[in-house]
Structure formats: C-alpha cells, structure tokens
Design a protein around this ligand. Structure first.
Ligand code: DQA
Length: 145
C-alpha cells in the first residue's frame, strides 16, 4: 500500500500560523507524524507533499495515477474554491480522504463548502494533526477492505 498525503497553501507555516486555530506543532512534525503513522498502519510508502500552488497540487494528483494506491488531502484554502483539484481527484479515481486540522464546519460560512470533498470517500475535521493518522487509518481500511 502506497499513500500520498497532500497539503495545500500555508500549511508549511504550521506552528507560526494562527496557533489558536492550528496549534503550535510545525509542518516538520506533521510530516513525521504521517510517516510514522503510515508505517504503523502497514503502508510501505507514505509520501508527504506540500505546495502553495493550485496547479502544482493538480500535477501531483495526476502523478499519483498508477504509482499510488490512495490519497489523503488537506487542500487548505483551495478546499473551498478549486474545481480543478476536484476534477483531478475524479480523474485519477484513487480512493481519497479529505482532512482538515480545524473544525471547518464550525467556522466561517465560506469554509463550509468543500469541492475536493465531493471526490473523497471520507472526511476528518477538527482533530488537529492527529486527524491525519485517522485519515490514513480510514484509507488503510478502505484499501484492505
Ligand atoms: C484547513 C481549513 C481551511 O479552511 C483553511 O483555509 C486552511 C486549513 C484546516 O486544515 O483546518 O488553510 O484546511
């Protein structure tokens, strides 16, 4: 099992960025958490990718076709705007889980729309960084089921 974890804009600033909402752990901690959790859950590969650019994220999703078994994605702000990311997820037909660090449904109304989520079989929100482990677990169960 090979998983690709994709993080969208500003998630590289975890630890500095709005700590009251996103916590004080850094992006490096998140990468380590994903890799360690993935290993424990039985993944042979967990690649963790971050970009601030919509097109780069779309390219990465397309590259996963044929080389990865599933995707965990936090499209960050692009969650609420990007039909391009939605279409890329639909195009590759890989099982995907949407994850958000914060409880997006309890925040501003514009955060309550998720385009990417329309191509995901599960959604994890408001669990902090631990939500990525949860998302990988859901992906593992789907791939093994
Ligand atoms: C986020 C929520 C988004 O609304 C926001 O734009 C982010 C992070 C989250 O993980 O809680 O950048 O995806």
């Amino acid at each position: 099992m090979k998983a690709l974890v994709i993080n969208g804009p500003n998630l590289n600033m975890l630890g500095t960025r709005e700590p009251g909402i996103y916590g004080t752990e850094t992006y490096e901690t998140l990468v380590a958490l994903c890799k360690d959790s993935g290993r424990e859950l039985g993944f042979e590969v967990v690649e963790v990718y971050q970009s601030n650019h919509e097109g780069a994220i779309i390219d990465k999703i397309q590259e996963a076709y044929g080389s990865m078994d599933g995707i965990v994605i936090n499209p960050a702000a692009y969650t609420h705007t990007s039909v391009g990311i939605l279409d890329a997820l639909k195009a590759v037909t890989l099982p995907a889980v949407e994850v958000h660090i914060s409880d997006v449904d309890a925040r501003e109304p514009f955060r309550q729309v998720s385009y990417a989520g329309m191509a995901c079989f599960a959604r994890v929100t408001g669990e902090g960084l631990a939500g990525y482990r949860h998302a990988l677990e859901l992906l593992r169960d789907r791939l093994q089921g």
